[in-house]
Design a protein around this ligand. Sequence first.
Ligand SMILES: Cc1cc2nc3c(=O)[nH]c(=O)nc-3n(C[C@H](O)[C@H](O)[C@H](O)COP(=O)(O)OP(=O)(O)OC[C@H]3O[C@@H](n4cnc5c(N)ncnc54)[C@H](O)[C@@H]3O)c2cc1C
Length: 438
Amino acid sequence: MTASVPTRPKDVLNTFRVTDGVYAIGVQERGVTLYNQQVRAHNLVWALTELDQTGTRKLGRVAVIGAGAAGLTATAALMSCREDAPVTLFEKEWDLCPVQQGCDGRWLHPSLYAWPDWGSRAPSASLPILNWSEGRASDVARALLDGFSIYCQKLAGDRFKALVGVHHLQVNAKRKEIRFIGTNVEMKGPFFSQGDSEGGTEIFDTIILAAGFGWERTNAFNTASYWRNEQLAQPNLTVDRTRYLVSGSGDGALIDVCRLTIERFRQDTILYELFGKSLDETEEQLRANLEKRSMDDSLLDYFASIDQTLFEHPKKSLRNRLRKDTAVTLHIAGPDKDKPNDLQDIFGPTSSVLNRVLIYLLYRCGAISISRQSLAEAISSAHITNDHVLCRHGCDTERHLQLMFDDYAHVKSVFAKMKNRQAQHPNRYWTPGYFPTC
Ligand SMILES: Cc1cc2nc3c(=O)[nH]c(=O)nc-3n(C[C@H](O)[C@H](O)[C@H](O)COP(=O)(O)OP(=O)(O)OC[C@H]3O[C@@H](n4cnc5c(N)ncnc54)[C@H](O)[C@@H]3O)c2cc1C
């Protein structure tokens, strides 16, 4: 931990602060994972509770906006820390944890994106609130919802209220006010029944923004959201080879490239399959070498330097299992037409080290084509049909926030600062046993 990382509740709370009373979880952080968002939710509730107990800042009536992993964790943590705090949960969709629910094709692991860090292969999140272990995204969503229902049954009482289908929600950050139209629900175990719809304006003492990052940008290609089920990882049941183009350089794009190019690809087993017995030793060497580098460095030159040693065996293993039914172009140009990204850039900090390793190995096996042309040119020169173009260009977070705040001009600069600071470290600030478990 570096000296600049805050550890006092007041300083930790400041990293989430939009205005006094309004706090946002991870919305401007880089490298967002479900686990990191849950750790941040724990940290925020820990800081709020500590400051409330010392009389520094009143927790009072709390609103949580968004019932994804972060919002559910924050709500359950509040219930567990404070017997009396009234909490209202607002969810735009018609169910809780709607993003990962039913997603059978994507794998979630709590810390694999921190690989090769120590312990990053551990299968359990080991969290006090809404714990889970690696699995299909649909199974993880189920674990979160089952866990949440236990908190509701044991601790919610009359002080908890949830609204779904909240199709109009406006936050006024200055007044700590939420205007909404939504439908009340009554939790019955892991499920709930629908109550009355209501619209209103309410003032809260504390507003927690856990509304995620907004819609993924699809560049008019209608790429399904990352968490919707599709069949990319399954062999084509046609004789023809199918051409795909994946545009982007974040983890979403790189994972889709792996699914389209590696036979029987599974995020949970690929490391073991490629590195075999040398996995522990490789990790150790990668850790030692990566520690000496800046997080912002491109790893292309470093990977080239270990190409004949650490990567020799995994390259051989990978060559054996390249898909024969697909041809894949990775489009890396990025949004700046005048300065398209080059190969170095996709090995920069826009993705996890694990996915950068996989893409490097694929590139060295000649399993992908790389394009720096404009998207239109790349599609036409590789003869790709529009339904085989996958745009993974991240989320339009600015627009998302703009639509949520009716005084966005008042908070815009705070969100810009959050983005620059990257201060919501997913370190655990609470002490073991701080959150009573259900
Ligand atoms: C392409 C892509 C790939 C990813 N891959 C991974 C991965 O491999 N592993 C991983 O751990 N994470 C991954 N993530 C990140 C992951 O999606 C998030 O970490 C995770 O969803 C938890 O975040 P959350 O609860 O903060 O937000 P979300 O899951 O987005 O939940 C936010 C909730 O708020 C609701 N909401 C939004 N706006 C409003 C509003 N105005 N009013 C009320 N409710 C609202 C939404 O409906 C949603 O239920 C990926 C993300 C993307 C975009």
